[in-house]
Design a protein around this ligand. Structure first.
Ligand code: NAD
Length: 503
C-alpha cells in the first residue's frame, strides 16, 4: 500500500482537525494480521481527511462494550465536498472511461477483496458482532463475488438492455445499514460503478470499519480519485446526503421507518431512488417435509447473524400435525448452539450489534409475553460483558400479535400453526412486509403453487438465506422498491434510451 498516498490529506473546511494517528491497532493475536486505525477521517477524493476530535464518535465492539475506534461525523460541508468530488470525477476521468476500463478496476477490487478476505472477515466480526464463521464463509466471499459479477457486466451493458442505450445516472448517494456492512457496500458500489456512476456512500454509524478499510484497498488498486467517497456519521449525515441538490440517485437500505422519511423528504424532487427495507419472513413447514433437515433450515433462517437479517425467517408457520414434534426438535437443537465470542470459529451466535438493538429486542420479547406468548430460550450462559441475547422461541402468538407483525431484528422466532395450504399462504402474506419467505416440503407442485401466491420478492424452497450475485433481491409492500443483484440491479443505475434495435 502506498503510505505516501494515505498521508495525502484532502482539503476539508473544518477547524480544529488533528492528523490521524496512523499507528494501527491490532486485532487479537489469534486473528491473523487484521489491523485498523484508532481514529478515522472521511474518505473524500481518494484520500482520508484529517480526523476531527470535535466532530467524532465512538464505534463500540459489541462483544465487550469497549471502544474499538473513533470515526468522524461528516457535516453538511463535508458531504458537500464529497458530492463535489464525485461530480468532478463523473464529469472527468471516470465519466470518460470505457466499460472495459471500468471492469478492470472492478476486477481488481474483487481480487483484492479475495486476497485480503481473512483480514476483512476479522474486522467485520469485531465491528458488528457476527460470528467469524459467517464473515469468513459468507459475507466477505459474497462481497467479492458481487464485484466479480458486476465487473463482468461493465463492458457488456448493451447486452443487458437489448434495443436500448444506457447512460449512467451520475452521482449516487448510497446509505447502508449495519447488519451486513461490507456486503451491502458491495451490493451498492459494484453495480453503480459498473454502469459508469460515481458514489458517495454512508455506512451505518455502528459499523463503519470495513467501509473505511475498503478505502485503503481502493488506494492500493489505484482507483481514480472521487469515484468512491465514504462519509461516516449517523442519521443527520444521511439526511445531508439525501438532501444534497447535486445528487442524481438515492439507494437506501435500512428500516422501513427511515425509508418512509426519505421518501417523504424527496417527494417533490425528480430523483431516481431505490429502497431496500425491512421484512418479516415466514418459514412455511409442511407435514410431508424431512423434519430434521427442516429444523436445520429454521435454525439458519432465524439465527443466522443473530437474526439481524432483513429477510430472516422470523415467523415459523408449521402444519398442525407435526407442530409438537418440530418444536421439540427445535428446542433440542437450540440447546447445542454456542453463543459467545464472535471471533471464536466455533461460535454459532455472536453479539447483538449495539446496546440500542439489544434493548429493542428485550422490549419486543417483553411485549410478546405481555400479549400472551410463552417464551423458550437457550439455557446456555451468556458472556458477562458485551451485548448478547439468547436464541428464543415465542409460542402462543396470534396473527395480530405485535411480535408477529413487526420486525424485531434479533434471534426471536414466533411459532404459529396452520391446517391447510391456503391458511399458510394467508398467514404468510398477512403482514405489512413482503421481502422473503420460505417453503419446506417434499412436493414440488406445492412449492410452485405456494411460491406463486406469496407476496414477496424472494421465495426460497427447502433452503433459506441463500444469496447469489446473479439473483435479484428486493421487496414488495413496506419492504421496499427496486431490486439489487442480477441484471435487475443494473437497471437501478442507468437511464435507458430506445435505439430501435439491438446494439
Ligand atoms: P436504519 O434505517 O436505522 O439505518 C439505516 C441507515 O440509514 C444508517 O446508515 C443510518 O445512519 C441511516 N439513517 C438513519 N436516519 C436517516 C435519515 N433520516 N436520513 C438518511 N439516512 C438515515 O436501519 P438499521 O437499523 O441500520 O438497519 C436495519 C434495517 O435495515 C432493518 O429494518 C432491516 O430489515 C433493513 N435491511 C434491509 C435490507 C434489504 O435488502 N431489504 C438489507 C439489510 C437491512
Amino acid at each position: 500500500m502506498s503510505q505516501m498516498k494515505l498521508h495525502d490529506q484532502s482539503d476539508r473546511s473544518t477547524q480544529k482537525s488533528i492528523p490521524i494517528d496512523w499507528s494501527y491497532a491490532e486485532a487479537p493475536e489469534n486473528t491473523s494480521h487484521a489491523t485498523f486505525l484508532k481514529s478515522y477521517g472521511l474518505f473524500i477524493n481518494g484520500s482520508f481527511t484529517n480526523y476531527d476530535e470535535s466532530q467524532s464518535f465512538n464505534s463500540i465492539n459489541p462483544a465487550n462494550g469497549e471502544v474499538l475506534y473513533r470515526c468522524t461525523e461528516a457535516s453538511e460541508i463535508d458531504v458537500d465536498i464529497a458530492v463535489k468530488a464525485a461530480r468532478a470525477s463523473f464529469e472527468g476521468e471516470w465519466g470518460n472511461f470505457s466499460g472495459t476500463q471500468r471492469s478492470h478496476y472492478l476486477y481488481r477490487i474483487a481480487r483484492m477483496l479475495q486476497e485480503r478476505a481473512r483480514e476483512f472477515a476479522v474486522l467485520e466480526s469485531m465491528d458488528g458482532g457476527k460470528p467469524i464463521r459467517e464473515s469468513r464463509d459468507i459475507d466477505i466471499p459474497l462481497a467479492a463475488a458481487y464485484f466479480f459479477y458486476y465487473a463482468g457486466w461493465a463492458d457488456k451493458l448493451p447486452y443487458a438492455f437489448p434495443g436500448k442505450s444506457s447512460k449512467p445516472l451520475g452521482v449516487c448517494a448510497q446509505i447502508i445499514p449495519w447488519n451486513f456492512p461490507l456486503l451491502m457496500l458491495a451490493w451498492k458500489i459494484a453495480p453503480a460503478l459498473a454502469c459508469g456512476n460515481t458514489v458517495v456512500l454512508k455506512p451505518a454509524e455502528t459499523t463503519s470499519l470495513t467501509a473505511l478499510k475498503f478505502c485503503e484497498l481502493l488506494q492500493d488498486i489505484g482507483l481514480p480519485n472521487g469515484v468512491v467517497n465514504i462519509v461516516t456519521g449517523a442519521g443527520k449525515t444521511g439526511e445531508y446526503l439525501v438532501q444534497h441538490p447535486d445528487i442524481d440517485k438515492i439507494a437506501f437500505t435500512g428500516s422501513t421507518g427511515v425509508g418512509k422519511l426519505i421518501q417523504q423528504s424527496i417527494a417533490k424532487r425528480q430523483i431516481s431512488a431505490t429502497f431496500e427495507l425491512g421484512g418479516k419472513g415466514a418459514f412455511i413447514l409442511f407435514d410431508d417435509a424431512a423434519l430434521n433437515e427442516a429444523v436445520e433450515g429454521i435454525i439458519n433462517a432465524i439465527f443466522f447473524n443473530q437474526g439481524h437479517v432483513c429477510c430472516a425467517g422470523s415467523r415459523l408457520l408449521v402444519q398442525e400435525g407435526v407442530a409438537e414434534k418440530v418444536i421439540d426438535l427445535l428446542k433440542n437443537r437450540m440447546q447445542h448452539l454456542i453463543i459467545g465470542d464472535p471471533l471464536d470459529k466455533n461460535t454459532d451466535i455472536g453479539a447483538v450489534n449495539s446496546k440500542t438493538q439489544l434493548e429493542t429486542i428485550q422490549r419486543y420479547v417483553a411485549t410478546g409475553i405481555k400479549e400472551g406468548a410463552s417464551c423458550y430460550e437457550c439455557s446456555g450462559s451468556l458472556p458477562n460483558s458485551g451485548y448478547y441475547f439468547p436464541p428464543t422461541l415465542l409460542t402462543g402468538v396470534s396473527q395480530s400479535s405485535t411480535v408477529v407483525q413487526e420486525e424485531i431484528f434479533g434471534p426471536i422466532l414466533t411459532i404459529q400453526t396452520f391446517r391447510t395450504t391456503d391458511e399458510a399462504i394467508e398467514k404468510a402474506n398477512n403482514t405489512p412486509y413482503g421481502l422473503a419467505n420460505g417453503i419446506w416440503t417434499d412436493k414440488g407442485s406445492k412449492i410452485f403453487y405456494v411460491g406463486s401466491k406469496l407476496k414477496s420478492g424472494v421465495v426460497w424452497s427447502n433452503t433459506y438465506n441463500k444469496f447469489d450475485p446473479t439473483s435479484p433481491f428486493g421487496g414488495y409492500k413496506e419492504s421496499g422498491k427496486g431490486r439489487e443483484g442480477g441484471i435487475s440491479g443494473l437497471h437501478a443505475y442507468v437511464k435507458l434510451v430506445n435505439n430501435g434495435g439491438m446494439n
